[in-house]
Write a protein that binds this ligand. Structure first.
Ligand code: ACO
Length: 325
């Protein structure tokens, strides 16, 4: 029986011009390039320029994805932005993107699931398409984490970067099997009992300030290693597939040790894993669409490839989307 699926028609990204190498932190903190590389795999990250906002990055990534898809903003029905670093408390960054693209129709809103934000947004946009509420959705992950860093905390400020990635999701009638193109399944999870191990210590109804990111890194690390392979397996299972069917793992780019542990649990060789953490650091909700866009630009994906994405972040919130390119 034919069913309506959401196929990725285009993908694009934008990284701010300023590149900051690990050695930058050696001047002000008790840290080293060697420690950061060894413990995280990160070598450099991009930081937004003064005055450059999350919506600025998102609009550029959106334009790149539209170009790659060969469609115009007129042909988009909805904009969904995953972010935890919005320009303002409201309106949604998505409405700023909508205005930036001179798109005066459709609807736009933000999704907030921290580093898992793009997974949640992608799954949500898939729902819009499957239920016929939209035919084409621009799904964006965009962040400026440099704005919520405590520059005296070596355990967090060396880890994050700024950037944005976007995909154009499009409705497509498919036969309804797991060889279809498009999103085949998703698995979403949250557990608010763990909200204190990764959070920002400010907000509208508490301090009235944006606050700084706080993390018990080793605890988050343990949850990540335990939960990411599980959610990827769960999503594959829902699609009637196994890790043996996977062509590419496109994981959230937080730490290369977490990524390799997850790949190992899934029995996937590292040459099937897209790794961008060295050049981007952890860009939270932007990391998966950035990695998808970089890998696509390098010509690594071919039509029909099975891709598993997975992420975990504050909440804790975690999940996985399985899709065929
Ligand atoms: N340079 C040098 N030493 C450091 C640094 C640094 N930049 N950061 C921490 N250390 C020290 C610690 O102070 C500690 O020293 P001590 O033993 O004297 O107390 C030592 O290194 C070990 O600290 P751990 O936190 O146990 O180090 P770990 O090996 O776990 O690495 C890291 C820390 C990189 C943060 C890791 O735990 C990690 O990647 N965690 C998960 C991050 C993640 O995935 N977050 C989820 C997404 S983020 C989001 O949702 C916003």
């Amino acid at each position: 029986m034919a069913i309506r699926r959401s196929v990725i028609r285009g993908v694009g990204h934008y990284l701010p011009e300023r590149v900051v190498e690990n050695s930058h932190f050696e001047d002000t903190l008790d840290t080293s390039d060697a420690w950061i590389r060894d413990r995280t795999g990160i070598e450099r990250r991009h930081f937004a320029a003064e005055g450059q906002t999350t919506s600025d990055l998102a609009i550029r990534a959106a334009r790149a994805a539209l170009d790659n898809a060969g469609v115009t903003a007129d042909q988009i029905d909805a904009v969904v932005v995953a972010t935890t670093t919005p320009d303002l408390t409201f309106p949604a960054v998505a409405t700023m993107v909508q205005a930036g693209l001179e798109m005066h129709h459709g609807f736009a809103y933000d999704v907030q699931a921290v580093c898992a934000g793009f997974i949640f947004a992608l799954s949500n946009a898939d729902g819009l398409i499957r239920t016929g509420q939209a035919n084409r959705v621009l799904v964006i992950g965009a962040e400026t984490y440099s704005r919520i860093m405590d520059w005296t905390d070596r355990g967090t400020c060396v880890l994050f970067g700024d950037g944005a990635g976007a995909v154009v999701l499009e409705a497509s009638d498919q036969p309804g099997t797991n060889t279809d193109r498009g999103i085949l399944s998703s698995d979403l999870n949250s557990d608010g009992r763990y909200r204190d191990i990764l959070y920002v210590d400010g907000g509208v109804s508490t301090t009235g300030t944006a606050g700084c990111l706080r993390m018990q890194g080793n605890l988050v690390f343990r949850h990540a290693v335990e939960k990411l392979a599980k959610t990827a397996h769960a999503a594959l299972d829902k699609a009637g597939l196994t890790p043996a069917d996977v062509d590419w793992l496109v994981p959230h780019q937080a730490n290369s040790r977490i990524i390799s542990a997850t790949a190992q649990k899934m029995q996937l060789p590292m040459d099937k894993v897209v790794l961008t953490v060295a050049d981007h650091g952890n860009t939270s909700a932007a990391s998966i669409p950035l990695a998808l866009s970089v890998a696509n630009r390098e010509g690594r994906f071919k039509a029909g490839d099975l891709i598993v994405t997975e992420a975990i972040g504050g909440g804790l919130s975690w999940g996985s989307v399985v899709l065929r390119w």
